[in-house]
Ligand binder design. Sequence first.
Ligand SMILES: NC(=O)c1ccc[n+]([C@@H]2O[C@H](COP(=O)([O-])OP(=O)(O)OC[C@H]3O[C@@H](n4cnc5c(N)ncnc54)[C@H](OP(=O)(O)O)[C@@H]3O)[C@@H](O)[C@H]2O)c1
Length: 354
Amino acid sequence: MDVSIVGGSGYAGGELARLLFQHPKATVKHVTSRKNAGKPISLLHPNFDGVSRIKFSLPDMDAVARDVDVVFLATPHHTSHAFVPDLLDTGVKVIDLSADFRLKSVERYEYFYGEHDHPEYLEKAVYGMPELHAEAIKNAMLIAVPGCHASSAIYSLYPVLSNDLIEPFPIIVDSKTGSTGAGIVPTPASHHPARANVIRPYKLTGHRHTAEIEQALLPSLAKNQQHAFKVSFSAHAIDAVRGILSTVHVFLKEELDSERPLYKAFRRFSKNQPFIRFIKKNAGLFKLPDPKTIIGSNFCDIGFEKDPLSSRLVIVSALDNLVKGAAGNAVQCFNIACGFAETTGLDAMPIFPL
Ligand SMILES: NC(=O)c1ccc[n+]([C@@H]2O[C@H](COP(=O)([O-])OP(=O)(O)OC[C@H]3O[C@@H](n4cnc5c(N)ncnc54)[C@H](OP(=O)(O)O)[C@@H]3O)[C@@H](O)[C@H]2O)c1
């Protein structure tokens, strides 16, 4: 398959290029950047020195779609509104990493992100979470890749909600992220003296990913539980370049005599999913998921601990925001949509120690 990457000078676009350059069934034809058009990709992404001589081009949608099968959009929110209709008209598949087409409800979209220029495409887009929507992804023309915090929260909660093990409220997700989550454009908050050594609460309430977490998980609840379902999400910036760790506090419906139903739910979810690992060990330093053990890979690790003093269950999940939280998941969707094995080009092991 021939592919283009729009927004290739950014962090998610660079990670897409890394994965697609190594993908045995993909050829990257165009990588765009307005600011760097004409310059070699390795000038911005030095990991491609000696790997690719491709040069950035301008994001002209006619040109990027002309000779390819799939276009990846790795551009900021609101940018895909203008690109998607023109691209779909040419017959290419579009895999969008932004939030522009993730939500079904235009009201929810506009509450969190502002006006939507093409709400008529919201229903047509498929939420690109392979573990939940593989069938729909197979035939989709427009795939909206989930957000990084949202993915971590959804993978944590799906096993217990779909097995009716926890109360639908309260559900508290406390998520921590590295600096690449904020993109490549420097801001006062990302300036090194301000960003280094932080454990900073940056969005304690009203985080945009709350909407997609609730949308993705609602159908997994029993009908009589759905009205009460609510997710409370908070985000922190931590002193790391990559990685997300979400700590999720939920409450069991009934006191369990043993943890077997919990083990069963997490094992069943991870068993047939190549990139979801259930991590809960009795020994060693890494008994539970830890971003240090997944960086560079498409894994999301999930695990739990039951509070012996109450009905609280604490679930943790770790993923690399640029891989399973963005580009890796996008390539997994690409594989499914193009009929390749889901893991094609995604078999790189995590780097350890990091
Ligand atoms: N970073 C993450 O961890 C992460 C995780 C999940 C999802 N995402 C999503 O992925 C998308 C990209 O994120 P990122 O962190 O890679 O952002 P980024 O580092 O800021 O990169 C954005 C890219 O888009 C290009 N761009 C910006 N405005 C454009 C426009 N109007 N038209 C065409 N190209 C434009 C930029 O290059 P030029 O300005 O030179 O054109 C750059 O290549 C975002 O929607 C983000 O929410 C990111």
